[in-house]
Write a protein that binds this ligand. Structure first.
Ligand SMILES: Cc1cc2nc3c(=O)[nH]c(=O)nc-3n(C[C@H](O)[C@H](O)[C@H](O)COP(=O)(O)OP(=O)(O)OC[C@H]3O[C@@H](n4cnc5c(N)ncnc54)[C@H](O)[C@@H]3O)c2cc1C
Ligand SMILES: *[C@@H]1O[C@H](CO)[C@@H](O)[C@H](O)[C@H]1NC(C)=O
Ligand SMILES: *[C@@H]1O[C@H](CO)[C@@H](O)[C@H](O)[C@H]1NC(C)=O
Ligand SMILES: *[C@@H]1O[C@H](CO)[C@@H](O)[C@H](O)[C@H]1NC(C)=O
Ligand SMILES: *[C@@H]1O[C@H](CO)[C@@H](O)[C@H](O)[C@H]1NC(C)=O
Ligand SMILES: *[C@@H]1O[C@H](CO)[C@@H](O)[C@H](O)[C@H]1NC(C)=O
Ligand SMILES: *[C@@H]1O[C@H](CO)[C@@H](O)[C@H](O)[C@H]1NC(C)=O
Length: 366
């Protein structure tokens, strides 16, 4: 059969090839707004959203003011394929790769205002007064840790004084550890760190007041027994300073991924206690007030975002991703996942019936 139709089949095959060989007009990038999407924030969440949009040739602008949550940390961990790289390297590699895609761009700057123009468009303005329009907004603006101003603490934050066990715990495993927070946070912190460190002193800095203890007892009646089980000493004295005596960036072992910091914590009665590492639980706040000002619902200090509907906020066309959003997770893998999820939803929403009101008038040029 194949042999009998050989000539005809070859001709039949070549015909469409001739069509394919003629130049295909490029997709027109003409939209009623400057960009289809504007992403505010260039951490892993914003960069991931930008990558997803770039891959399907959506037009997008990312604007980033460069105040990253993990900006001061030595290395980023628990990001498969990139475990232990510096956060700056991780972001630079992402920017390099994304910069090859022609429909998206990135620039440094601070957005100071977002206005809804009509049901299909937004206008953002940067600190220099430049304005850009888009049909969707992705808020990837991150959060900011409110580190107490106790001398030595903000200066050494993220370098032997850390925030999450997954991020930096392994490098300081089995070292004498101090826990820094109010007493009500300590049982939860012990649970998280118990497989990494067991020489634990909780420096609760005068927080053991009757009101705090009563609230903790009501929430977790067995908290004292729990701390005793894990051999946690509790120190209620007021912290006056934290002094570094050894830098784990210098005294470190590449072989077993250990960093050996040393600190002396000074207390208000003149006592000093040595510890190798601190694990903290301090409050945090939104890095930017833009989402709240636009009308995004705030849930426990976070921008409301529904992951079932692709990270949409309560406002049509506005998405919230990464640490800033309310889905209860704050780490680089989540930032990347949520950014990607918003990109997918945005791409499909431009086509969906439900989104037809916000559908761009786009000329494809086919
Ligand atoms: C000490 C420390 C260590 C950490 N280590 C790890 C780790 O090892 N592994 C891990 O998975 N996670 C780690 N994290 C968590 C990680 O940093 C965050 O989960 C991650 O950075 C969240 O990414 P994001 O893109 O949401 O926010 P960010 O990375 O914080 O980026 C937000 C960006 O938005 C910008 N922005 C805000 N407002 C505006 C505006 N108005 N205009 C323009 N730009 C704006 C900011 O300047 C910033 O550049 C660590 C966190 C801390 C505090
Ligand atoms: C909304 O505003 C954009 C940008 O100014 C404009 O191009 C578009 O035509 C407007 N759409 C409607 C429905 O008014
Ligand atoms: C933009 O900021 C990044 C770091 O966030 C920096 O590496 C880069 O040089 C900046 N670009 C310009 C043009 O200033
Ligand atoms: C300790 O408590 C004092 C007084 O409330 C406060 O000013 C300081 O920031 C706290 N320090 C730490 C490390 O929590
Ligand atoms: C803890 O310290 C605070 C502040 O000095 C004090 O008010 C409180 O009584 C102390 N609590 C205990 C249980 O000692
Ligand atoms: C840490 O704190 C010390 C004071 O104890 C200060 O001199 C130093 O600059 C801080 N930062 C680092 C990275 O060591
Ligand atoms: C998220 O969206 C889903 C699907 O529309 C909906 O069922 C759910 O109630 C929403 N969740 C919240 C918290 O709004």
């Amino acid at each position: 059969m194949w042999t009998s139709c050989w000539n005809i089949c070859v001709i039949a095959l070549l015909l469409p090839l001739g069509v394919i060989a003629s130049p295909i007009p490029k997709r027109s990038l003409q939209t009623p707004t400057d960009f289809e999407v504007i992403i505010i924030g260039g951490g892993p969440a914003g960069l991931s959203a930008l990558s997803g949009l770039a891959r399907v040739r959506r037009t997008a602008l990312l604007i980033d003011s460069g105040e990253y949550r993990n900006g001061a940390t030595r290395h980023a961990h628990d990001i498969i394929g990139s475990d232990g790289v510096t956060p700056a390297y991780f972001r630079a590699a992402a920017r390099d790769q994304i910069s090859l895609y022609p429909t998206v761009s990135m620039q440094n700057g601070t957005i100071v205002d977002i206005q809804k123009i009509n049901d299909t468009s937004f206008m953002v303005t940067d600190a220099t007064g430049k304005a850009y329009t888009s049909q969707k907004i992705v808020l990837a603006t991150g959060i900011k840790d409110l580190v107490p101003t106790t001398p030595g603490l903000p200066e050494n934050w993220s370098k032997g004084i850390y925030w999450c066990p997954w991020c930096d715990g392994y490098e300081h495993r089995d070292q004498p550890m101090g826990l820094l927070s109010t007493i009500d946070q300590i049982p939860g912190m012990v649970e998280e760190i118990s497989t990494l460190n067991n020489d634990l002193i909780a420096f609760v800095n005068g927080s053991m007041t009757p009101a705090v203890l009563q609230a903790l007892g009501a929430k977790q009646p067995d908290w004292e027994q729990m701390l005793a089980t894990y051999n946690v000493q509790v120190d209620n004295r007021t912290i006056t300073a934290i002094e570094r005596t050894q830098d784990g960036a210098v005294v470190a072992s590449a072989v077993d991924k250990a960093e050996y910091d040393k600190f002396i914590i000074h207390l208000d009665d003149g006592t000093a206690v040595e510890r190798g590492v601190f694990f903290t639980s301090f409050p945090h706040t939104q890095r930017s007030g833009l989402g709240a000002a636009l009308g995004v619902t705030i849930v426990d200090g976070k921008l409301f975002s529904n992951f079932t509907t692709g990270m949409r906020t309560n406002l049509p066309g506005v998405y919230a991703v990464g640490d800033a959003n309310s889905d209860g997770s704050t780490n680089v893998p989540h930032a990347m996942w949520s950014g990607k999820r918003a990109a997918v939803d945005i791409h499909s929403e431009f086509f969906s019936n439900a989104g037809s009101l916000r559908r761009p008038v786009r000329i494809y040029g086919w």
